[in-house]
Design a protein around this ligand. Structure first.
Ligand SMILES: NC(=O)c1ccc[n+]([C@@H]2O[C@H](COP(=O)([O-])OP(=O)(O)OC[C@H]3O[C@@H](n4cnc5c(N)ncnc54)[C@H](OP(=O)(O)O)[C@@H]3O)[C@@H](O)[C@H]2O)c1
Length: 219
């Protein structure tokens, strides 16, 4: 199975690439023209595209069986970033998927997506645009999975972290290491029970350990 990962130069994106390679997937990373390829991923097939360029995007998604979207507006003074990347950017990627025939898509979104009164919205109403991006994906054209993580952490020591999986709009606080989110995206790809599900995730060492498969049966 050949998969593409957009936002592969990001802190979650590169970990998704690493986890996908570990699990034996054939991986193509899709990044921006000026993105830095993450250390250790130099040998992966790499396409550099602008999300605004239909032709480039279609070419980058050609011959791909599944797409994992890990793009997200980077914090900046440009408050239009979330609208451009988290809504329109997702829309453009999905339109390209339709043109080239990709059905399976996994989107990394965010806990509290859709909430209006939230401090994160000081950055260009990001949670509203994320929800709009999610809604583009919840469409019969796709076999979709939406992953909504809590605050993302850089720690790689995940041995004692157990995931709290839950349905849409059930968690509002908490955090999770990016490594666990990356593993979760790859688990979703491998498990058909994650199709057409929205999964909220945080982690801590207080949660009971539960398998991904079992979690999907509960959601
Ligand atoms: N930070 C948190 O605590 C948190 C919590 C929940 C959910 N999330 C969401 O989880 C996802 C991953 O977060 P992260 O912090 O790991 O990401 P990140 O390190 O900020 O990486 C973002 C990725 O998106 C790409 N990107 C940004 N603008 C783009 C554009 N206009 N066109 C194409 N690509 C673009 C970046 O490319 P460049 O490398 O070229 O900039 C990078 O690859 C994001 O959607 C984020 O909103 C974050």
């Amino acid at each position: 199975m050949k998969i593409a990962i957009t936002g592969a130069s990001g802190k979650t994106g590169y970990r998704i690439c690493e986890e996908a390679v570990k699990k034996g997937f054939n991986v193509r990373q899709i990044i921006r023209k000026n993105s830095k390829v993450s250390d250790g991923l130099e040998s992966l097939e790499t396409f550099r595209v602008s999300l605004q360029n239909k032709k480039e995007l279609d070419k980058a998604l050609q011959d791909i069986d599944a797409l994992i979207i890990a793009t997200g507006a980077r914090a900046s003074l440009d408050l239009t970033g979330p609208a451009k990347v988290d809504a329109l950017g997702v829309f453009r990627q999905l339109e390209s998927c339709k043109r080239v025939g990709i059905k399976r898509v996994i989107l990394v979104s965010s806990l509290c997506s859709g909430k209006l009164f939230h401090p994160l919205n000081l950055f260009g109403f990001i949670l509203i645009w994320k929800k709009i991006g999610e809604n583009f994906l919840k469409n019969p054209s796709f076999e979709w999975t939406i992953v909504r993580p809590g605050g993302l952490k850089e720690n790689e020591d995940i041995k004692s972290e157990n995931i709290n999986y839950s349905k849409e709009d059930t968690q509002i606080n908490g955090s999770i290491p990016r490594r666990l989110v990356a593993q979760l995206c790859i688990n979703s790809l491998k498990n058909k029970e994650s199709i057409n599900k929205l999964i909220e995730v945080t982690s801590s060492n207080n949660n009971k350990k539960i398998s991904f498969k079992k979690a999907m049966q509960m959601i």
